[in-house]
Design a protein around this ligand. Structure first.
Ligand SMILES: Nc1ncnc2c1ncn2[C@@H]1O[C@H](COP(=O)(O)OP(=O)(O)O)[C@@H](O)[C@H]1O
Ligand SMILES: [Mg+2]
Length: 335
């Protein structure tokens, strides 16, 4: 095949989302092989940089979820060692991974996001922040949602229905991260809109190894809206999200045209606001009255497993899995 590359697929690693990442990586690898590329599969660990140096790939395909792989650490490392890599750069990764920072940026830009306050664990010890919790309760009302600022896959997301439940929820979220947003609860529907950069001018696939900015980046566009519908009454948690059958997906989501277009418009706005590149998935909630939309968060390395939302959305747009992977790979050369 023309433009065949040696592609290192970075997956696994020590993050709490290791298992999902291994599945995303394996799935991407199969597509890369079908596309004619040479794949070097790397389970990320202390030997990552020496391994990359030894194998000299043309690009790194980042299939890491969670810490290091999604927060800009690995991206910065790829820049340090001069390996083109897929997806967003270090700053965008940092902005998206930190839900508190992302929410402040969205609030400043006028993007609807659920009302929240930010608490840091240390400020409870050092600044008497515990005394502010009652003010937060009064301002936001119950139920409240507490989550670690930087986790994915609903890990550590806790709900509190009363003052009695809040400390426990906070301790739970703090066990993942010293920073937590305390957010107003929205009863509603769980939507996700993935955004892809438009096809590059075709030069991306044949850009010479190591050449950066070799191809023009196409304008980003939003894929059809996906709705995740938990089968059980219970909250859409880590297990239900990843075990086949516990969550059903509607893609495209059953929405009126105006709401679907608005969700896509918001996702594109956030993608630009946070400086994403190549691909991202924006999670939103749709209020019970069917009108109001709020952006929850942006994922810079969306899942690529068989049940993940991005591949389903791409498929609904007529973009098969291999084409999706080809487009994400191309983002390594359009920075
Ligand atoms: N404020 C909220 N109100 C209601 N449900 C929420 C709220 N925040 C999160 N959730 C639920 O928790 C899930 C995970 O939250 P999210 O902010 O997307 O974090 P992550 O996916 O990174 O764990 C959401 O998809 C949604 O179902
Ligand atoms: Mg989410």
């Amino acid at each position: 095949m023309n433009g065949a590359k040696k592609v290192a697929v970075l997956k696994g690693g020590p993050s709490l989302e290791r298992q999902v990442s291994l599945r995303s990586g394996a799935h991407a690898q199969e597509a890369l092989v079908r596309l004619g590329h040479e794949v070097v599969a790397l389970d990320v660990g202390p030997e990552l940089v020496p391994e990359l140096r030894a194998r000299q790939p043309d690009a790194a395909f980042i299939a890491l979820h969670g810490r290091d792989g999604e927060d800009g650490t690995v991206q910065a490392l790829m820049e340090a060692i001069g390996i083109p890599y897929t997806g967003s750069g270090p700053a965008a990764c940092a902005r998206c991974t930190d839900k508190v920072l992302a929410k402040y940026l969205m609030r400043e830009a006028g993007v609807p996001t659920l009302e929240f306050h930010f608490l840091r664990e240390e400020s409870i010890r050092h600044l008497g922040a515990a005394a502010a919790v009652a003010d937060i309760e009064a301002r936001l009302g119950f139920p409240l949602v507490v989550k670690p600022a930087s986790q994915g896959s609903a890990l550590g997301v806790k709900f509190a229905r009363s003052s009695e439940e809040l400390p426990g929820a906070m301790v739970g979220a703090f066990s993942y991260d010293g920073n937590i947003p305390i957010e107003r609860y929205a009863k509603g529907r769980d939507l996700a809109v993935s955004v892809l950069d438009g096809a590059a001018d075709g030069a991306a696939a044949s850009a010479p190894p190591g050449r950066e900015g070799g191809a023009a980046r196409g304008a980003p566009f939003a894929l059809p809206v996906v709705e995740a519908v938990p089968r059980e009454e219970a909250f859409y948690d880590y297990e239900s999200r990843y075990q086949i059958g516990m969550t059903t997906f509607a893609c495209p989501a059953e929405l009126d045209a105006h709401t679907a277009a608005r969700a896509q418009e918001l996702a594109l706005e956030v993608y630009g606001l946070l400086g994403c590149h190549g691909v991202a998935r924006v999670d939103l909630m749709l209020g019970p009255d069917g009108g109001e939309l709020w952006v929850l968060e942006t994922n810079v390395v969306p899942g690529l497993t068989e049940t993940s939302l991005l591949p389903q959305a791409a498929d609904a747009a007529g973009i098969g899995f291999d084409e999706l992977i080809a487009r994400v790979l191309a983002s390594a050369w359009t920075r």
